[in-house]
Design a protein around this ligand. Sequence first.
Ligand SMILES: [Cu+2]
Length: 197
Amino acid sequence: MHRLIAGTALAAVAGTLVAASGHGGPQVTADPAPSVTQATSRGPGDTKVNQFVSYNAAGKTVSIALFAAINSAQGGFNFNGGSSGNQTITVPLGWKVHFDVRNDDAIPHSAIIIADQTPVPNGPSTPAIPRAYTDHLSDGLAPQTGNDTMDFTATPAGNYLIACGVPGHAPSGMYIRFVVSATAHVPSNTGTIATGK
Ligand SMILES: [Cu+2]
């Protein structure tokens, strides 16, 4: 009940902000300000954090579109514009997580969630959360058309990395941060995020 009340209040605030500023959508920037204030209503019960992340608070589900090499940041070695750990996706502990992973690049890429570690492994192959990795982990999803999904429950709480499993890519900067939080009430996405798709 607490979450429902908070969500309704935030939606009302977001609607007021959109109406006042005159633009029709959320702004995705590198600004680390709480992205939940940019949330706009997406559908019954759904809240959009930004163009990549949306969630259903009542159902405790979050859907994340993850694009490999969405732009030229870090020479293409990025996820949704983030690289070398400069972007963080946070989800509440116990929520159901759905990733739709797409490779926009001319070379193969993949994705896997691993424990936060330094240095990042050359060819990460051990998921820290069961089922949190794509097909073609080492040889990569096909250039430009490759995609796969990852569906898992966000547990245990902790700090993780979303890294490319193709050897050499993660050390080249192809990783962002993923946090399973025991205290967050809703998902968030902060740091360096692509402004368009
Ligand atoms: Cu890669």
